[in-house]
Ligand binder design. Structure first.
Ligand code: SF4
Length: 321
């Protein structure tokens, strides 16, 4: 197992009380696999990723419990030197807006070379050659390495960010909504590129998204997150054929169906919970069509409905399907 997150909890202090962003979250990613990390905005997806990278600003944020085991090492106890090695070298992150991760004043070639120099034992000249090769791999001619980010379109800039992320051949890439800011055709091209590179480099990926279409396109496994906890985990095929958690079912019903002629789009009733005041018991109970009295009193455990398919819901307490 490449990455294992155990009982991770992260909170932010605010004037309105503690924001419980991540709550006893458990997750694992195996080598070379792509995990879709799916949930609504504010569910805790990005906070979890920043927690793995040890990039939670403290204060106001704080990891209050848990372990993040990467190749067996607990990153939460690693030294800052060790973390510098991990960031970029072993785990790379791709953000939604490429302009936030690119330096507008430095050529794209130099930005890729910089990452290579940080983590590989090569000289400047070799790093520059490798930077050109990385650009070619993401479909940009090496001859453009002397250009600046503003000379590229949004989709091309995201390709540059992917080249930087892959430059040191990391074991894991965390991609946070990498195609959300792009228009639909460019989105498809970038996803296609990520799929190809995944096969070539055998890099594991956590694909953070709110879009089940993106998940279907690229992921092997899926974790559904609600109010900072994983509520369902399964392989892509199993989740799409056999979704179990009432929240996952709601997400699927919210996908527009072009063949359905009814005027209304199904939405999940109610609003995501206030993270400063999470409901007691199962966090989903105020919105759940199947809620039972126990759901507001006790927090459900995680139950196996079959091998590799876990659901956090009392309906599956006996493991029955
Ligand atoms: Fe619904 Fe209860 Fe299951 Fe929560 S535990 S999802 S409220 S049935």
């Amino acid at each position: 197992m490449l990455l294992q997150i155990k009982d991770l909890s992260i909170k932010y202090r605010s004037d309105n009380g503690d924001v419980k962003a991540v709550n006893n979250l458990n997750l694992q990613v195996d080598e070379g696999r792509t995990l879709g990390f799916v949930g609504e905005t504010g569910a805790g997806k990005t906070t979890t990723a920043l927690g793995v990278m040890r990039l939670i600003p403290n204060p106001p944020g704080e990891v209050t419990s848990g372990q993040v085991l990467f190749e067996g090492q607990d990153l939460l106890n690693a030294s800052e030197d060790e973390m510098r090695d991990v960031r970029g070298g072993k785990i790379a992150m791709i953000f939604q807006d490429p302009m936030t991760s690119l330096n507008p004043l430095v050529t794209v070639g130099d930005q890729i070379a910089e990452m290579i120099l940080l983590h590989k034992d090569v000289d400047k000249e070799q790093a520059s050659v490798l930077a050109g090769e990385m650009l070619e791999k993401v479909g940009i001619p090496a001859g453009r390495k002397g250009e600046y980010p503003h000379q590229f379109s949004g989709g091309m800039r995201q390709r540059v960010v992917i080249a930087i992320a892959l430059a040191c051949n990391p074991k894991l890439i965390i991609a946070d909504e990498p195609t959300t800011a792009l228009d639909v055709t460019i989105q498809a091209q970038v996803l296609e590129l990520m799929k190809e590179l995944k096969h070539e480099f055998n890099t594991a990926t956590i694909m953070i998204t709110h879009d089940l279409g993106v998940v279907a396109e690229i992921c092997d496994d899926v974790a559904v997150i609600y109010a900072g906890s994983i509520v369902e985990y399964a392989s892509i095929q199993e989740l799409y054929e056999n979704p179990k958690h009432p929240y996952t079912l709601g997400l699927f019903q919210s996908i527009p169906d072009l063949e359905d002629e009814s005027e209304f789009l199904h939405v999940i009733d109610g609003m995501p919970p206030d993270p400063t005041d999470l409901p007691t018991g199962c966090s989903f109970h105020p919105r759940c069509p199947n809620a039972m009295p126990v759901c507001s009193q006790k927090t459900p455990g995680t139950y196996d409905v079959k091998a590799g398919h876990q659901v956090s819901c009392f309906l599956f307490e006996g493991g029955q399907e």
